[in-house]
Ligand binder design. Structure first.
Ligand code: GAL
Length: 775
């Protein structure tokens, strides 16, 4: 969203780690010259290596935490002094207190919320000192890695005394009528009057298409009372709307203008998509009336070496990788994301489940993923005072995103097993519907079939509009029936897999003795069984796997993070990426072979060679000799019998698995897979034994201000050596500086800022920035 007279103020902040007495750092005359100059977004935890003794512990990725202070000068001209002045913090972790010229002007405990601070009464003409205290010292306090500091963007906004409320524009597609090919959009806009006088204002809504051409508009006159808020409503009619979908995420611009007489006093521009989104008991999820299976991933909010610091370009890169994998859904687990992430989902075409809490009144053990009756600091401490405010903030901030199709009020909430759980579901759902009458509410339940003491109560499930199942096959009696028994017993229940296992493992690890990985041979089996079920039952809306990308925290010393993702923290694709791509991305041919073929000294031993493919038939050759020819159960990849999207099966499978495998006695040389559709050879993939690593090769990508240098260890034939895990050193030229290095290895506890780091599987990511862009 873009707002009139609103500027990003990420530059030139001064920062210090540590606290002071009597809030001395907030004072106007405090000398901060010795502090470090930083550019937001900023996560101070990224500057330290994980420390086993850190109180953030395993859950928090052994991050440092603590108390930090930021200061910045904002200059206000004499002319602007009569205006209103606001600061908008997209996210500060956590317990922040904001001061303007030494005066406390706002505070926020929850570290994941966007908040607005009115600094009007504290500002003066000329230089104003804004100071922010951030307290992330009561650790652990959340799951998982949180980061510490002002980790998202900050904006300064000046307005007239009558203005649009920062969160005050809401627009939704109330209907798309196919017969007449027209759509109606209901618009509501909240106007705040901070002046001594009542006044009449006009609100104008203009819908513009991609070419910026006005396609529809509406207007309303609003009487606003002094020191009060008033809402203007109208309906916009659009002929021949271009619909937003995952494949064609068409975005209009909704321009909301506020006029006093002829003078335009405020304006806001939102990306807006016209679409309908419905959940049904028998057909799962329908986007624009079309049954759409959600092929989703859960995402945690950190991004590897950047920690929690949110950079749009980096998430754009990551989301595009997920798109390539065939993903069409994102679950923001377990907290609201940066709003720019939702912009990206709108732009790239992902449906989103936006989630507000990981705990309600009962705290969780932050180092494990279980409920604990031990006191633990976290949102449960604030629930009674703040639950409504935080939820409303998420709903208002995120309302206009066409990507959002479902609100989640909680993840694996312990109250699911207690009698007051259903009451809290009702309390939170009522808040949701007082803000949004169209989208439904879910909660991710992990114990729908489980031990009696922790089992999700029926009244809790019945209180949910969409029942979210986490790990639906986890309990032995559910391992094969998944949702089916519940469906037979509750035909009207709307069901979705809110969280289910992915394919866990470190990139390129094919050993059999790594306690952090499943064997590569069986790693996909749990998911395969679930997906065969989900894909062939229309009533299951889809699934969000845990997780799309590896994340920090939920670690076990000596590791810093969790390797559940299909992509590692350095954004390198793991084998799992290709498994998902083969079943989810129908637009590209996938033919991926694993493991590598560098097993010197193991000649003659059987190796299991796996292939993830959406080809109908694959022939495998070793050193040009045919090993065998196989076809998948998944041609097409949707269901064992009739497929949910009614594709025609052309091949009879030879196996029920969603992958192919061959036992091949190892000999050095070349594995070659040929993939066929019909009788046509459509793709060939080669895996070869390499020589020793001899040189480094690099590929450079520019992502915003950052340069991503993907370095590979290659042999003399320029083949990447997949077994090379050697150290590399980086020496910076005077024109650039190092942001960090990461090879995606969770066991590497070196600071991301270090200029020495080990490669993993022959690869490493080096991130640099040009000097003139220095923080
Ligand atoms: C779930 C939990 C997630 C994560 C995941 C993997 O139970 O909701 O936050 O912990 O397990 O361990």
């Amino acid at each position: 969203m873009l707002l009139k007279d609103t500027t990003k103020i990420n530059d030139n902040w001064m920062f210090t780690l540590g606290d002071c007495s009597d809030y001395a750092y907030a004072a106007t005359d405090f000398d901060d010259k010795k502090w470090e100059k930083v550019k937001l977004p900023h996560d101070w935890d990224t500057f330290f290596a994980p420390d086993k003794k850190s109180k953030s512990g395993a859950g928090g990725g052994y991050a440092k935490g603590g108390i930090g202070w930021y200061r910045k000068i904002i200059t206000i001209s004499k002319k602007d002094l009569k205006k209103r002045h606001e600061l908008i913090f997209e996210g500060v972790y956590m317990e922040s207190e904001v001061f303007a010229n030494g005066i406390l002007v706002g505070k926020r405990a929850y570290g994941y919320s966007t908040f607005v601070v009115d600094i009007t009464d504290a500002v003066i003409e000329g230089d104003n000192i804004v100071a922010v205290k951030v307290n992330n010292s009561k650790l652990p306090n959340s799951r998982w890695y949180t980061g510490s500091g002002i980790y998202r963007d900050v904006y300064y906004r000046k307005t007239d005394s009558v203005c649009l409320d920062y969160f005050g524009v809401k627009a939704d597609t109330s209907g798309v009528y196919r017969e007449g090919l027209s759509a109606t959009i209901d618009v509501r806009t909240l106007v705040n009057n901070y002046s001594e006088d009542d006044s009449d204002v006009q609100v104008k809504w203009i819908l513009k298409d991609k070419r910026r051409k006005q396609v529809a508009s509406a207007g309303a006159t609003l009487y606003t009372s002094s020191f009060d808020s008033s809402e203007a409503c109208s309906r916009i009619y659009v002929d021949n709307p271009s619909l937003w979908s995952c494949e064609t995420p068409y975005l209009y611009k909704l321009v909301t203008q506020l006029y006093k007489g002829d003078e335009k006093i405020d304006e806001r521009v939102d990306g807006f998509g016209i679409r309908t989104a419905e959940f049904t008991p028998s057909d799962g999820f329908l986007l624009n009336g079309v049954r759409t299976k959600i092929k989703g991933v859960c995402l945690h909010h950190d991004s590897g070496l950047f920690g929690a610091a949110f950079h749009k370009e980096i998430w754009e890169y990551r989301l595009k990788l997920l798109k390539e994998m065939g993903v069409n859904g994102i679950r923001c687990s377990h907290n609201p994301p940066a709003s720019a992430l939702l912009d990206l989902c709108d732009e790239l075409g992902f449906v989103v489940m936006d989630e507000i809490y990981d705990e309600w009144t009962l705290g969780k053990n932050k180092n494990e993923n279980y409920f604990s009756d031990q006191p633990s600091y976290g949102f449960s401490q604030f629930f009674y005072q703040n639950a409504e405010q935080e939820l409303r903030t998420m709903l208002r901030r995120d309302y206009n995103h066409p990507s959002i199709i479902l609100w989640s009020i909680g993840n694996e909430i312990p109250e699911q097993a207690y009698s007051d759980g259903a009451k809290i579901v009702k309390f939170l759902s009522d808040i949701v519907h007082s803000e949004d009458s169209l989208r439904l509410v879910t909660s991710a339940c992990d114990n729908i079939a489980s031990l009696p003491e922790i089992e999700t109560r029926k009244d809790f499930i019945d209180a949910l509009e969409v029942v979210g199942y986490n790990y639906v096959g986890r309990w032995r009696e559910r391992a094969e029936s998944f949702y089916e028994e519940d469906k037979l017993a509750n035909p009207d229940r709307i069901m979705i897999g809110t969280e289910n296992p992915s394919v866990c493992g470190d990139r390129g690890d094919y050993s059999t003795d790594n306690k952090y990985n499943f064997s590569y041979v069986t790693a996909t089996l749990t998911h395969e069984a679930l997906w065969r079920f989900t894909a062939s039952r229309n009533y299951v809306a889809g699934d969000f796997i845990w997780t799309g990308i590896d994340y920090l925290g939920e670690a076990h010393w000596p590791r810093r993070g969790a390797n559940f993702g299909a992509i590692d923290t350095a954004n390198f694709k793991k084998d799992a990426f290709y498994y998902f791509k083969s079943i989810w991305n129908k637009d590209e041919v996938t033919l991926h072979l694993l493991p590598h073929w560098n097993f010197e000294g193991e000649e003659g031993q059987f190796k299991q060679v796996l292939c993830y493919t959406n080809c109908e038939k694959v022939k495998l050759f070793i050193n040009d000799r045919l090993v065998g020819e196989k076809a998948c159960a998944a041609c097409p990849r949707y269901g064992a019998t009739k497929s949910w999207d009614d594709e025609v099966r052309r091949y009879h499978p030879t196996t029920g698995d969603l992958h192919l495998s061959w036992d091949v006695p190892y000999e050095k040389g070349t594995l070659r897979a040929e993939g066929y559709i019909g009788n046509k050879l459509v793709k060939t993939t080669i895996v070869q034994t390499t020589k020793e690593a001899d040189r480094l090769c690099a590929e450079v990508k520019q992502l915003g201000d950052f340069f991503f240098i993907e370095v590979s260890a290659c042999d003399t034939d320029y083949k990447v050596v997949p077994t090379f895990n050697g150290l590399i050193y980086v020496k910076m030229d005077i024109n650039a500086y190092l942001i960090g290095m990461d090879a995606g290895n969770m066991s590497d506890l070196t600071s991301y800022k270090s200029d020495k780091r080990a490669m993993l599987g022959g690869k490493i990511l080096v991130v640099v920035k040009k000097k003139d862009m220095k923080d």
